[in-house]
Design a protein around this ligand. Structure first.
Ligand SMILES: [Cu+2]
Length: 465
């Protein structure tokens, strides 16, 4: 669907912001465009400047710009925001233009870009344009290349987007706090003309990996957390709050991922192999590309993957660290698999009637449990699929490949309707009893045979030992 900027503005509940900066001062600036929803907005087809095939930001949007004498002008407002991380769960974050992450900046190689940054936070900030070639004084490092942007002040950055690729932006002032609070955004520089290393794609998605530590029942991240985050998110959304990546069968698909968490994320796609076609340094030489189904994105890195979506279905797409596909879990939960703790539960239930014993059979039961949760808390593992509970949270989504999807249509087609006979199902025939492998001859002698030890009970253990 070809959305003009007018349609985009009309259809996306955007409002001009009433800023603390004086009206006269703001008159010269492009009006900041504020977003108040966490929906995935349709691609913003450029209505000025060089043409390009725009990206789709997962649960996000692209920042509209103003052309001023050949310069593309953007206006970012750093401010406290309320981000709906999943339906029913709102976090009090810091971000840009009403959301966290901020809007995606899309420009074309060779564009001169002017970015106004207004600080409406209670403390100083700055923006670093992660990965860009630019004059040193535009690099955004507080104290090193510029003075900090004080609350209420607006700074202007200007440089030429010199190389095409996938980039990010984030503060370089009180970074630990400001990034833990959600301040970050995506940046895509499209090639100016046909590029030998950049293929045309029909779908081009982007999102940032981020993480928060928000205690169940509260709304503000704990900014001192370094490792034990409990919300692993894509664009400050957690599954099932992350939209599906909807594509038409046989579309060439590009997905751009940037990592601004404190750990690496092996990003895994089901049903297809992809090539890593771009990194932080831009497009990769063709001789360095090989097919994979998982690519690790380290802290501060960007990765760009591409594949031909030629297999219809609902394909899982997720971080392969299994703790990163869960929500708001306490890490102090002991492992109870194999432990018969029924008698203990009976004792505790006398004291605490609502007490729920966890998972002596594994944790899948948690997905179907109607457990009372504190207000403003996302369930730990969730998502209802056509066959029952999906049992996923956090960094998980679905790539939906459909034959009947119209070109450029991103609306969710619902669950895949599998052709008859193509779904795994219960076997109802006669089962043969298993044949055990015979003992090796050298082990037969009683003198040399190791004493068989069978471990039956794993003691409740703690994550931190
Ligand atoms: Cu991960």
């Amino acid at each position: 669907m070809a959305y003009s900027r007018r349609n985009f503005l009309a259809g996306s509940a955007i409002a001009a912001s009433a800023t603390a900066v004086s009206k006269a001062a703001m008159a010269a600036l492009p009006e900041p465009v504020i977003q108040n929803k966490a929906d995935t907005m349709p691609p913003l087809v450029p209505d000025s400047g060089r043409p390009y095939n725009p990206v789709v930001t997962l649960n996000g949007w692209t920042c509209p710009w103003r052309m001023n004498n050949g310069v593309k002008e953007f206006h970012l407002v750093a401010e406290p925001v309320v981000r709906e991380m999943a339906p029913g769960f709102k976090a009090h974050l810091w971000g840009y233009n009403g959301q966290s992450p901020g809007p995606t900046i899309e420009v074309v190689e060779g564009d001169r870009v002017r970015l106004y940054v207004t600080n409406k936070l209670p403390e100083v900030t700055s923006i670093h344009w992660h990965g860009q070639r630019l004059p040193n004084g535009m690099d955004g490092v507080t104290g090193l290349t510029q003075p900090a942007i004080a609350p209420g002040k607006t700074f202007v950055y200007e440089f030429v987007a010199r190389r095409p690729g996938t980039f990010m932006y984030h503060p370089h002032a009180d970074e630990m706090v400001q990034m833990a609070m959600g301040m970050m955004g995506f940046w895509v520089t499209h090639p100016r003309q046909k590029h030998p290393l950049i293929d045309e794609c029909q779908r081009d998605f982007c999102f940032l990996l981020n993480a928060y530590d928000i205690e169940p029942g509260s709304a503000t991240p704990k900014i001192m957390t370094m490792l034990d985050f409990n919300l692993w998110s894509w664009n400050s959304r957690i599954y099932p709050g992350i939209d599906p990546l909807v594509v038409r069968k046989n579309d060439k698909v590009r997905i751009r991922v940037g990592n601004l968490t404190m750990t690496n994320h092996p990003i895994h796609l089901h049903g297809h192999e992809f090539l890593v076609t771009g990194t932080d340094g831009g497009p990769t030489p063709k001789s360095t590309r090989w097919h994979e189904v998982t690519t690790d994105v380290a802290v501060g890195q960007m990765r760009q993957i591409e594949f031909l979506a030629d297999e219809e279905g609902d394909w899982a797409f997720h971080c392969h660290k299994s703790h990163h596909t869960m929500n708001a879990m306490g890490h102090g939960v002991p492992t109870m698999i194999g432990v018969d703790h029924r008698s203990v539960v009976r004792q505790i239930t006398k004291l605490v009637p609502d007490y729920m014993a966890m998972s002596e059979r594994g944790m899948h039961d948690m997905t179907e449990m109607e457990m009372p949760l504190p207000d403003n808390t996302a369930p730990m593992m969730t998502g209802a699929g056509p066959f029952g509970a999906i049992g996923m949270g956090g960094m998980f989504s679905v790539v939906k490949v459909r034959r009947e999807q119209k070109p450029g249509d991103y609306t969710d087609p619902g669950w895949f309707k599998h052709p008859p006979g193509t779904v795994a199902s219960e076997f109802k025939g006669q089962l043969a009893s298993p044949t055990r492998a015979p003992q090796a001859a050298s082990r037969a002698s009683a003198a040399t045979a190791p004493r068989e030890v069978e471990v039956t009970v794993r003691k409740p253990s703690h994550h931190k030992h």
